[in-house]
Design a protein around this ligand. Structure first.
Ligand SMILES: N[C@@H](CCC[C@H](N)C(=O)O)C(=O)O
Length: 327
């Protein structure tokens, strides 16, 4: 069976996007896991691999333009993906000739909207990141007698770093650090531990270090659950922006725009608060790099010899955009 994929990225967070409505039959769970692992493998995968697979389907209740499922590189399914949602929004916008609509995700329909191009040929979308929760049960977090962790030292992880745990709705553990710590080995040590067998986050957690750069400017480095280090994680950047406004009001205000730099580029975010409800707007590129046709059974054997690839010029333009920003 031939399948069509698009290799896409948001801030260098890379995915293969598959419109499952175009398949003659639906894929089984084990085919989805195996296909993701074979495609995304950075050594032997397709086109240098990727960080995950995005499945675009029909909205189940028919109250959204489509549905997004997110499969991490290791085959686990995530409840949300901010960078991926921008590319799915662009895909559905083109498919349905619409600019402003909702996309169904695991827990909630989310509002998405076309935004102004970031640069010539660099399409951008604004997506809603929601629902937000600090509750241990939503994070599937188990620190003794703690219902939430907000800006506290967790001696189980580090004697000096303060952490905040927040679900948006996928789980994030975030620490604000200085420049040396941002680039140092602690992030990998802590994140690799929490994404292996451990009593605190048995289902794993995305871990980010954030550096406050200037008013309305932060840098975020993330080690993702189910993937490892990625160039950027949209939900992590959104959660980090919200925490900047909540914990460091001298660096950001709710309802104001932040520039969030990351190893793969830059996005804009706007954290919002209404009583106890938080949400974030995430605005950034939705880049389509390659249109791909391949045979499913060959792909499941990691045989990519007969794959047809049509490269776009969008990555060239994205790299030009990157030249215009200072990290
Ligand atoms: N890269 C994504 C997040 C993908 C899911 C994450 N690894 C998880 O398991 O929660 C983003 O841009 O938000």
């Amino acid at each position: 069976m031939d399948i069509q994929l698009i290799k896409v990225h948001g801030s260098g967070n890379t995915f293969f996007l598959l419109d499952t409505t175009k398949l003659p039959r639906q894929l089984t769970k084990s085919e989805i896991v195996a296909l993701t692992q074979k495609l995304t493998d950075h050594k032997n995968g397709l086109l240098g691999g990727a960080d995950g697979l995005l499945l675009v389907g029909d909205s189940q209740k028919n109250d959204a333009a489509g549905r997004m499922r997110v499969i991490n590189a290791d085959g686990s399914e995530a409840s949300m993906c901010g960078n991926g949602l921008r590319t799915v929004a662009r895909y559905l916008a083109q498919k349905n000739h619409a600019e402003n609509f909702e996309v169904e995700t695991m827990y909630q329909n989310l509002h998405v909207q076309k935004a102004q191009d970031l640069f010539t040929g660099v399409s951008a979308f604004k997506v809603e990141i929601s629902p937000v929760s600090f509750a241990a049960q939503d994070l599937k977090m188990h620190f003794k007698a703690k219902d939430q962790v907000i800006d506290e030292i967790l001696p189980e992880l580090s004697d000096t770093l303060k952490f905040t745990a927040v679900a948006v709705p996928n789980p994030h553990l975030i620490s604000f650090v200085d420049d040396a710590t941002l680039q140092g080995p602690k992030l990998e040590r802590i994140a690799a531990y929490l994404n292996g067998e451990n009593p605190y986050f048995p289902e794993g957690v995305n871990v980010s270090f954030v550096n406050l750069r200037a008013k309305d400017e932060i840098f975020v480095r993330t080690y993702e659950r189910g993937v490892g280090f990625t160039n950027a994680c949209g939900t992590a950047m959104s959660a980090s922006s919200l925490l900047t406004a909540r914990l460091y009001p001298e660096y950001a205000n709710f309802d104001d725009t932040l520039s969030v730099y990351n190893p793969g580029g830059m996005v804009k975010t706007v954290p919002h608060k209404d009583g106890n409800r938080y949400w974030i707007d995430l605005i950034g590129n939705a880049t389509f790099q390659d249109y791909i046709t391949l045979d499913l059974s060959a792909a499941l054997k990691q045989d990519f010899t007969d794959v047809e690839v049509q490269k776009t010029t969008e990555q060239k333009q994205y790299l030009q955009f990157i030249q215009t920003i200072t990290k």
